[in-house]
Design a protein around this ligand. Structure first.
Ligand code: COD
Length: 310
C-alpha cells in the first residue's frame, strides 16, 4: 500500500500588520482612552478611526488634548470627550466607570502611569476585575524570527508564582486564539535548559510542562526550561541537542518575572528592530497598554489587537 505524504499547512502570521487587516473585518468597537493628552496616542486614534476599527471616547485635560490635536489635524468635532483636569489617575477612574456602564468595550492607556491605570482597573468596587488573573501579553514581529510571537508578562505581574504562571499562559493562549494562532507553542524561559533548584524559573518550567502533559495547562504545548536562544533558534536547539516541537519555533515566551520580561521587551523594540502590539488580558474588557515610549504604529497595532479579543 502506498502511503501518501501530505504537508500540513499551518496558518502563520509573519507581520503585525495582519492584525489590522483582521480588525477591519470585525465590528467597530468603542474605546475609552485614559489621559488622551498625548501626541502618539492621538495619532494612533486618528489612524484607527481611518481604518474604521474604533470609535474613541476621550478622557483627559480638554485644553491639552485640543492643543495637541489641532496641529496634527485631528478634528475633535464629533468625538465624545470627558474633560478632567484633576490628573491622570482620576481620568483612569472615569474611563473605567464608563466601561463599567457599558459606554465603551475597550480601554486604552494614554499619558498615564501604568500603575495608576491598573489600580483603577483592579479597584474592587469600581474596577473591571473578573475571576481571572490580569496579565500583559505583547506580540512582536522581529526581523530575526520567522513569525509573530508573544512575550508575557512584561508589564503587570511582578513576580508570578506557579499558579499565576498557569493563568498567564491561559491568557496568552486566549490572545493567540484571538489573532488566529491555535494551539500555541509555549517556551518557558529561563537562563538554562536544565532544572536547577536554585533557579525558580527552571523549576516552574518543569512543573508547567508536566501540568500541560496532564491537561492542567490547556490549549497549548508547553516546553522548557529554555534559554531564549533555544526558544527562538532551531539551529541553537539542534546544536545543544534539544528536540521537541517548541524549541526554535515557539509562539509564546513566558518570562520568569517582570524584570526579565520588561528588559527583553524593551531590548527587542529598541535594539532588536522589532515592533510590538500589547494588551492586558483577564479584565472584563481588553486593556490597551503600551509603553509611553512606544510609537504610534505600535499603539495602532495594539488597538487592532484589542478589537480581536472577545
Ligand atoms: N490580576 C488580578 N487581580 C490582581 C492582580 C492581577 N494581576 N494584581 C493585583 N490584583 C488584586 C489583588 O489580588 C488585590 O485584591 C488588589 O488587586 C490589589 O493588589 P495589590 O495590593 O498587589 O495591588 P497594587 O495596586 O499595589 O498593584 C497592582 C499593580 C498591577 C499596580 C502592581 O502589580 C504593579 O505595580 N505592577 C507593575 C506595573 C508596572 O509598573 N509596570 C511597568 C512596566 S510598563
Amino acid at each position: 500500500m502506498q502511503v501518501k505524504r501530505c504537508k500540513i499547512i499551518v496558518a502563520m502570521i509573519r507581520d503585525l500588520t495582519e492584525l489590522l487587516r483582521k480588525a477591519k473585518n470585525r465590528p467597530i468597537r468603542k474605546m475609552a482612552v485614559v489621559a488622551a493628552e498625548d501626541e502618539h496616542v492621538l495619532k494612533a486614534l486618528q489612524d484607527a478611526m481611518k481604518e474604521g476599527i474604533i470609535i474613541p471616547l476621550l478622557v483627559g485635560d480638554k485644553e491639552k488634548i485640543q492643543r495637541i490635536a489641532q496641529p496634527i489635524g485631528f478634528s475633535l468635532d464629533d468625538i465624545e470627550l470627558i474633560d478632567n483636569r484633576e490628573g491622570a489617575a482620576v481620568s483612569a477612574r472615569i474611563a473605567v466607570s464608563k466601561v463599567k456602564n457599558g459606554d465603551a468595550d475597550i480601554i486604552m492607556k494614554g499619558f498615564v502611569g501604568t500603575g495608576d491605570l491598573l489600580k483603577a482597573v483592579l479597584d474592587k468596587d469600581l474596577g473591571l476585575r473578573t475571576d481571572q488573573l490580569l496579565s500583559h501579553v505583547a506580540f512582536f514581529e522581529s526581523p530575526y524570527y520567522h513569525k509573530v510571537f508573544c512575550v508575557t508578562d512584561v508589564a503587570m505581574n511582578i513576580a508570578p508564582d506557579l499558579e499565576a504562571k498557569v493563568q498567564i499562559i491561559h491568557n496568552a493562549v486566549k490572545a493567540c486564539q484571538g489573532i488566529g494562532i491555535g494551539n500555541p507553542k509555549v517556551a518557558v524561559a529561563a537562563a538554562v535548559e536544565t532544572v536547577n533548584p536554585k533557579m525558580e524559573a527552571t523549576v516552574h518550567a518543569a512543573l508547567l510542562k508536566e501540568m500541560n502533559a496532564r491537561g492542567e495547562v490547556k490549549g497549548c504545548v508547553v516546553d522548557g526550561p529554555f534559554a531564549i536562544d533555544i526558544a527562538v533558534s532551531a539551529a541553537a536547539a539542534r546544536h545543544k541537542g534539544i528536540g521537541g516541537e517548541v524549541a526554535g519555533d515557539c509562539d509564546v515566551i513566558l518570562a520568569p518575572d517582570i524584570e526579565a520580561g520588561n528588559m527583553f521587551y524593551k531590548a527587542l523594540n529598541f535594539l532588536g528592530g522589532a515592533s510590538s502590539a500589547a494588551v492586558v488580558m483577564g479584565a472584563a474588557v481588553p486593556v490597551v497598554l503600551t509603553s509611553r515610549s512606544d510609537d504610534e504604529r505600535s499603539k495602532l497595532l495594539s488597538i487592532a489587537l484589542a478589537t480581536l479579543i472577545d
